[in-house]
Design a protein around this ligand. Structure first.
Ligand SMILES: Cc1ncc(C[n+]2csc(CCOP(=O)(O)OP(=O)(O)O)c2C)c(N)n1
Ligand code: SF4
Length: 316
């Protein structure tokens, strides 16, 4: 018998049906790239995505190539929510006017805007605020890698306290970023967003369920998905899902839903792990374990997370 006869059959892997296709230029082990895949799996093909500049736009659309098999618009860094609002409003108008029969009915299309935390928490905030306040039928998804990664790992207002970045470097006088992460879900809920949720790429079923649930609401929706960046957070590319999971299990990244302004569901933690177990997995926190006084900063981080856990009723 020849070795050809005994060789195992080639696995049949096809990406023909993927709406976010492989072959993009993201780093190996990129958390946000996983998020893009889960988003398109949940929204399906009748989707129009308005996408802010950032890693996920840059790696997925080097002209003339594209990883996107849905309608997809690249916006400037600041205006993905504004463009999505315009597209959504146009489809509503097409429904009411004659002569636009070739367009899908408004209700059959999912309008989605995507941005990194820099685009969302900082530079696109005005545009997002307008979209939410006017109640456009758009799902905004922030992929949260806690920094401006595409331009060289600068801090954003989502960067956690104590993380070293190129604009908040740890050194002889500094323990890294000295502000707490901005509470964007609370800001979205205060705008009257009908559905607000946090998610994690380590819990894809939960993430996709939240996207599907959000799309059932006929107004503005906001989902923030925790998506570790192996390059900016400095961990081995095989560890992405483990790091994301630890963020949830330590309470650094609580998972919850806010429906019509009320906290409606929280993924409880019966045995919440100490934040140290999460911090020690990443180079951006390495100084907290090597520098004198680092243990006090870790204690401060733990206290903040404990307060947040108490507010959310996380420990059950
Ligand atoms: C008005 C404006 N300022 C700055 C830039 C440069 N810029 C492009 S992408 C980016 C960082 C994006 O950060 P984020 O939204 O968090 O996405 P990530 O790169 O982390 O995926 C910056 C600063 C720009 N394109 N436009
Ligand atoms: S720098 Fe980070 S977010 Fe950007 S492609 Fe690499 S892993 Fe992904």
């Amino acid at each position: 018998m020849s070795s050809q006869d005994t060789a195992p059959p080639e696995p049949e892997i096809s990406h023909d049906d993927d709406l976010f296709k492989p072959g993009h230029r993201a780093c190996a082990g990129c958390g946000p790239a996983l998020a893009m895949r889960y988003i398109t799996e949940a929204t399906g093909e009748n989707t129009i995505i308005s996408h802010a500049t950032g890693c996920m736009e840059v790696v997925s659309s080097p002209y003339p190539e594209s990883s996107w098999d849905v309608s997809w618009i690249h916006d400037v860094f600041a205006n993905a929510p504004g463009v999505a609002s315009g597209v959504e409003a146009a489809y509503r108008a097409f429904d009411e006017k004659e002569g636009f029969e070739e367009f899908e009915d408004h209700d059959d299309v999912n309008f989605v805007a995507i941005g990194g935390d820099g685009a969302t928490f900082d530079i696109g905030m005005r545009s997002l605020s307008g979209m939410m306040e006017r109640g456009h039928d758009v799902l905004y998804i922030a992929y949260d890698n806690e920094g401006y990664m595409n331009t060289g790992i600068q801090r954003s207002s989502s960067t956690p306290f104590g993380a070293s970045t190129t604009t908040s470097p740890a050194g002889s006088e500094s323990f890294g970023n000295d502000t707490q992460k901005k509470n964007m879900p609370a800001i979205a809920a205060d705008h009257g967003c009908e559905y607000v949720a946090t998610a994690s790429i380590a819990y894809p079923t939960d993430f996709k369920r939240k996207i599907e649930k959000a799309l059932e609401h006929d107004g503005a929706k906001y989902i923030q998905v925790s998506a570790p960046c192996m390059l900016g957070w400095d961990f081995d590319s095989a560890e992405t899902v483990n790091v994301a999971k630890l963020a949830v299990q330590t309470g650094m990244q609580p998972l919850f839903e806010i429906v019509d302004g009320e906290l409606s569901d929280v993924m409880s933690l019966s045995d919440r792990k100490p934040v140290e177990e999460y911090l020690e997995t990443q180079g951006r926190f390495a100084h907290l374990f090597s520098k004198e006084g680092g243990d006090e900063v870790i204690e401060e981080i733990q206290e903040h997370i404990d307060e947040q856990a108490e507010e959310l009723g996380l420990d059950r």
